[in-house]
Ligand binder design. Structure first.
Ligand code: ATP
Ligand code: MG
Length: 565
């Protein structure tokens, strides 16, 4: 870990905990949890919450549980449970043996609901969904009491037991908390505690239940059962806190966790709404949850992001109460910094143009020793073959050069990186006038030496035609052209801003020969091109596929500055 990662973060939540510890609250314990609902894959916003919860537990000698809040079986499944566990672990967080499901507590939650009924604090209501909405009132108008609100305790107990026994169809009845239909906080207007759901197979409890507890009720009671001291959640739950507290106070459970809200992470050119990410997957706009363009942890992993870079990012953005949107450049900067240090350098030609070195001996090959990293000798060196025919990138040659072009031009000289200076003598074209080959001269006295009597400014990368390995290279870019695709001023749909160039596939590229045995997800800097990783999903018997993780420089920042002017 870098120094930046080692220094402990400071934020308002940590200040609250420091104060709690000073006051001797919770007997000095700090227990947090990360509570995903298994209805999708985790995204970069979840990473913020994961690092916050697990980070606090680690720094305060506490514990952090992984708990699935699994109260919506029709939207959840075991694939999501497994993916979430994999992603949390990959980020470097460890829940030891503290893997929980809210569904573990269904029986207890049911018992607590009975307690509420007995206290006269909950009732079975027969209003249908539309009526319930009408009775609820609005932000400016108080609600009305349900005609079923004054059922006797016995009647409620009987009906609730029969709800559980499966006697009533979906939607015919719910159990509601009896709070206050005139409360200015709509969450307190007799919210639903239990609803009926027949015929769904729950990934943990199977067919055991036909009634399911609502999220708000389940969440706080689960926190309490687990002895959570600080229940950290995002700001949209601020208005739910009074309800959370009401349940815990009415039930008088031994532990009353303190809910603290922080702002969600929003990332420019991306979206962090699970519902919308699900749409992208279901509509086939991306290949799947792990499409390298997705802001999901699985997508970022496949794209070549490292856990360290994501942890560093979470530290950099910090934790506050104010809503903000983080520039994509900040995330990209974190991965660049990490890979600049760790990624071995290689050469890869993305748009090949063949060069024949006319004065190089036929059938001869030499091996050039090249450092794997310019600043880090410990990363060693490798041998790369050099021969009579090489590929360079088409963009490194211009017949009619634009101003300041320092690379190869007819009659001009350029240095081949780690090798010789060459001069372009002849341009070979096909019948359509397209350049298909260059005939060049190499200066054999320039290996590791300056050419005599002249200056050669440009340095370009290359690979040997006879030795290079053919590869597919996927150039990934931002998923959306608009910085805030789901909050545009003109009210357009986020899908209208899908970046059609977010993936460009180059099928005919050439890379250094040793990349044929690259390990899945191994990362490299392809010199002058960016950072790449071997696609972990590629088939070992097929042409290797490399994913571009990030470019060497932030080209969007420049564009956006221009747009703002
Ligand atoms: P939904 O509730 O619509 O399914 P969600 O994004 O809230 O979506 P959860 O699985 O409930 O998904 O989230 C788990 C935890 O991650 C919650 O505590 C939530 O507050 C936190 N979280 C979710 N999105 C973000 C975000 N963008 N930034 C920070 N924390 C987030
Ligand atoms: Mg949620």
């Amino acid at each position: 870990m870098s120094d930046a990662e080692n220094s402990k973060p400071s934020n308002f939540i940590r200040h609250i905990i420091d104060e709690d510890l000073k006051q001797g609250k919770n007997e000095g314990r700090v227990v947090t949890r990360f509570p995903p609902e298994p209805n999708g894959y985790l995204h970069i916003g979840h990473a913020k919450s994961i690092m916050l919860n697990f980070g606090i537990a680690e720094d305060y000698n506490g514990r952090c549980n992984l708990r699935f809040d699994d109260t919506n079986p029709h939207k959840e499944n075991i694939e999501f449970v497994d993916a979430i566990k994999k992603d949390v672990r990959w980020l470097g967080c460890d829940w030891d043996d503290r893997l929980y499901f809210s569904s573990d507590y269904f029986e207890q939650l049911y018992e607590y609901a009975i307690e509420l009924i007995k206290k006269g604090k909950a009732y079975v209501c027969d209003l249908d969904a539309e009526q319930t909405r009408q009775y609820r009132g609005t932000l400016t108008e108080a609600g009305k009491n349900s005609p079923y609100r004054d059922r006797t305790v016995d009647e409620n107990l009987d009906l609730f037991a029969r709800m559980r026994a499966g006697e009533f169809p979906d939607g015919s009845r719910v159990l509601r908390a009896k709070i206050d239909m005139a409360s200015p906080n709509i969450n307190l207007r007799d919210p639903t505690i239990y609803r009926i759901r027949h015929g769904v197979l729950h990934h943990q409890t199977g067919e055991a239940w036909v009634i399911y507890p609502m999220y708000d009720y389940t969440h706080c009671v689960s926190d309490s059962i687990e002895g959570i001291t600080h229940s950290l959640c995002t700001l949209e739950f601020e208005d739910h806190r009074p309800l959370y507290d009401w349940y815990l106070d009415e039930l008088q459970l031994g532990c009353h966790p303190q809910q603290i809200e922080f702002s969600r992470l929003n990332l420019e050119h991306s979206i962090t709404s699970k519902r919308k990410l699900t749409e992208l997957v279901d509509d086939g706009l991306v290949e799947g949850w792990d499409d390298p363009r997705m802001p999901t942890i699985a997508g970022m992993r496949r794209r070549g992001y490292t856990p360290a870079s994501i942890r560093h990012f979470c530290q950099r953005i910090g934790v506050t109460k104010s809503d903000n949107i983080v520039e994509m450049g900040v995330l990209e900067d974190c991965i660049r910094t990490d890979l600049n240090e760790k990624a071995p350098r290689r050469m890869a030609v993305l748009h090949p143009l063949k060069i024949v070195l006319t004065n190089y001996p036929q059938d001869s090959t030499e091996e050039l020793t090249v450092a794997n990293h310019p600043q880090n000798e410990a990363m060693g060196s490798r041998k790369i073959p050099f021969g009579k025919e090489i590929y360079i990138d088409q963009h490194d040659f211009a017949e009619i050069p634009p101003k300041k072009f320092k690379r190869l031009i007819p009659g001009g000289e350029v240095r081949l990186r780690n090798a010789y200076v060459i001069r372009c003598d002849e341009v070979i074209k096909d019948a359509h006038g397209e350049v298909i080959e260059l005939h060049c001269h190499y200066d054999q006295d320039t290996l590791g030496k300056k050419p005599e009597g002249r200056k050669v400014k440009g340095v370009i990368h290359w690979v040997s035609v006879n030795h290079a390995v053919e590869a597919e290279i996927r150039l990934y870019d931002r998923l959306f052209n608009h910085p805030t695709p789901d909050a545009t001023k003109d009210g357009s749909d986020y899908k209208d801003h899908f970046n059609p160039d977010s993936l460009r596939t180059l099928t005919h590229c050439f890379v250094e020969p040793d990349l044929a045995d690259a390990q899945a997800a191994a990362f490299f800097q392809f010199e002058r091109e960016g950072y790449f990783c071997l696609d972990p999903m590629h088939m070992p018997d097929k042409k290797p596929v490399f994913n571009r993780t990030v470019t060497l420089r932030d080209t969007w920042a420049k564009m956006e500055q221009k747009n703002k002017k």
